[in-house]
Design a protein. Structure first.
Length: 128
């Protein structure tokens, strides 16, 4: 891959996520797609977007299969964990942790209260 493919960013209701996650991504027809849960403040959505974009790029660069990430989160050890990427056994642990660090710094620059932002994320209810 020489250039970034087109990236489609979709802001969706949380219950439309494929599983209980606030952000997800995949490769479809040689394009990248991202699904971000609609949140009460655009700045929260921007923080989530930055996290997912950083994680996407790092996992792609490190050859972490995105299907393995979903499998870990949906059916694996991470399925009952509130933030599966923080588990050291997660196939994307290092990428997730750096994405979180950058997300936190970005949130601060936007004037987002990190604790309130996480309270909003933790309060999301997903049903399929």
């Amino acid at each position: 891959m020489t250039h970034l493919p087109k990236i489609h960013i979709n802001i969706i209701a949380h219950n439309l996520q494929e599983y209980d996650t606030a952000g997800n991504y995949a490769e479809l027809n040689n394009k990248w797609a991202m699904w971000i849960t609609e949140l009460p403040d655009w700045k929260y959505e921007a923080c989530l977007l930055i996290h997912e974009l950083v994680e996407m790029c790092l996992t792609k660069a490190h050859n972490v299969d995105w299907k393995l990430i979903d499998a870990f989160d949906i059916n694996g050890e991470g399925k009952d964990h509130p933030d599966p990427g923080t588990l050291k056994s997660a196939p994307y642990h290092n990428e997730h942790m750096l994405a979180t660090q950058l997300e936190k710094r970005f949130a601060k620059m936007l004037g987002v209260d990190w604790n309130e932002y996480n309270r909003v994320l933790d309060s999301l209810e997903w049903r399929k």
